[in-house]
Design a protein around this ligand. Structure first.
Ligand code: HAM
Length: 425
């Protein structure tokens, strides 16, 4: 049997990769405009980082991590997300010593052992932003506006931005007790996972997709019911600033995120048209995380969005650019001598950074012209024995079907001029 790619992974082939590049370039340009710098951290980390950072009671840590022992018997894990890694890098590289806040972004693959389905992969890609060292509500608003702005630039306008406040450890202790009390008489009706969550992390029961659990939690106390004054003021300020920035949002008191580190603001963005996995972005504030992994007390706020899901949304809405960048010219050389001469011509054109290519299979004139057409080349640069003898190059305009002859020793200059005219047209 032939070897196949692992379940839940994808090969991104030419034609599709250009769409990824377009998306990544748009993300990078928004980050440049907002003053965020890129960070790259390792693909794997000590398992303990995610256990402590993401949380022992989360599905990610309990069920979904790719964990292995390396040859030195150290437990390592392929990164399931990057917030914990960015906080580790912040502490390890003493970024808290730099002017605060530190505003970072990343784009790269993450790994979760989930049941693959449409929009859910085992290797998927996230674009994310993390702001470390500022606890002001204006940070939350700026980051959510950045997300909004990115989607606007991509043309994605029909989205739902859900916002909530999950409070701080003080208000959460109160909420936990109220929620446990509310659910105490109906504990048996909960699904097995929520039965376990009841003692360990009852908040997550509010987020369960099981229909019975959803019915049982109707009318349950939400985190907003127990917000302390500080959390409540913070949330009010975030909502006010989102309004100022023109972000259209919905307060969703049942929004709780699947990772343990969140405090205060939490948010998610959904696009209905892409099916069950409609969350294209999720994030929030995590004021205790840096300290949890051994750093100085440092507030944080960020998000991550799945590139596969955004591309699916762009595809459904026909918002992806169709055109592959086209070749300017294709060398059509016939015979070894012409190939050598043509190779020299192409090398010169390439030093001028012109998008040019050549046939690599020594095919017939007809086959080479067909290939030039397929690659969308504007011109064919034809060089056969006759041209070599006359010391000329034939430049054929493949759109108009017209052709001219130029002296071979002036060809580079001529083609360069034609290219410049095309670029400036
Ligand atoms: P998350 O909600 O686990 O948050 O993931 C963020 C986004 O990544 C999701 O909304 C979804 O678009 C995408 N995603 C997650 N899992 C998969 C998957 N298996 N296949 C395809 N896409 C997926 C985090 O990861 C947090 N680190 C976000 C954050 C950053 N919070 C603060 N800073």
């Amino acid at each position: 049997m032939t070897i196949q790619r692992p379940k839940g992974t994808q090969d991104l082939l030419p034609g599709t990769v250009e769409q990824w590049q377009y998306l990544e370039e748009t993300m990078r340009s928004v980050c440049r405009d907002y003053g965020y710098d890129e960070i790259r951290t390792p693909m794997f980390e000590a398992t303990e980082l995610f256990q402590r950072g993401v949380g022992q009671t989360t599905d990610i840590v309990n069920k979904e991590m790719y964990t292995f022992l390396d040859k030195g018997d150290r437990s390592m894990t392929l990164r399931p997300e990057l917030t914990a890694s960015v906080c580790r890098a912040y502490v390890e590289n003493k970024l808290y010593g730099q002017p605060q806040p530190v505003k970072l972004f990343y784009i790269g693959p993450m790994f979760r052992y989930e049941r693959p389905q449409s929009g859910r992969f085992r290797q998927f890609h996230q674009f994310g932003v993390e702001v470390l060292g500022a606890d002001q509500a204006v940070v939350d608003a700026e980051v959510i506006s950045l997300v909004w702005d990115l989607y606007r630039r991509l043309g994605l306008t029909q989205l739902e931005v859900h916002v909530n406040s999950v409070g701080c450890p003080v208000c959460r202790t109160k909420h936990r007790a109220l929620l446990q009390e509310f659910l105490s008489t109906r504990r048996e009706e909960l699904c097995k996972d929520c039965g376990d969550r009841y003692d360990r992390n009852p908040l997550r029961i509010l987020d369960c997709k099981n229909a019975t659990c959803q019915a049982v939690t109707i009318g349950a106390p939400t985190t907003r019911d127990t917000l302390c004054e500080d959390c409540s003021t913070h949330f009010g300020r975030v909502l006010g600033l989102l309004g100022v920035a023109g972000v259209v949002y919905r307060v969703n008191p049942r929004l709780v995120r699947g990772l343990d580190y969140y405090t205060k603001t939490a948010f998610e963005v959904m696009v209905e048209e892409i099916g069950a996995q409609s969350a294209i972005c999720g994030g929030g504030r995590y004021d205790g995380l840096v300290e949890e992994i051994g750093g100085p007390p440092t507030p944080g706020f960020g998000f991550a969005m799945g590139l596969e899901r955004i591309l699916a949304a762009l595809q459904v809405k026909h918002l992806l650019p169709e055109e592959k960048p086209k070749l300017f010219a294709m060398l059509v050389a016939l015979g070894e001598k012409a190939q050598t001469e043509g190779f020299s011509l192409l090398s010169a054109l390439r030093t001028h950074e012109l998008p040019v290519s050549m046939d690599l299979l020594s095919r017939s004139l007809k086959a080479q012209l067909k290939a030039a057409d397929r690659l969308g080349a504007r011109y064919a640069l034809i060089l056969g024995e006759e041209e070599l003898e006359k010391k000329v190059l034939v430049i054929r305009d493949l759109t108009l079907g017209e052709q001219i002859e130029v002296p071979l020793n002036q060809a580079v200059e001529e083609i360069h001029k034609m290219y410049q005219r095309g670029v400036n047209a």
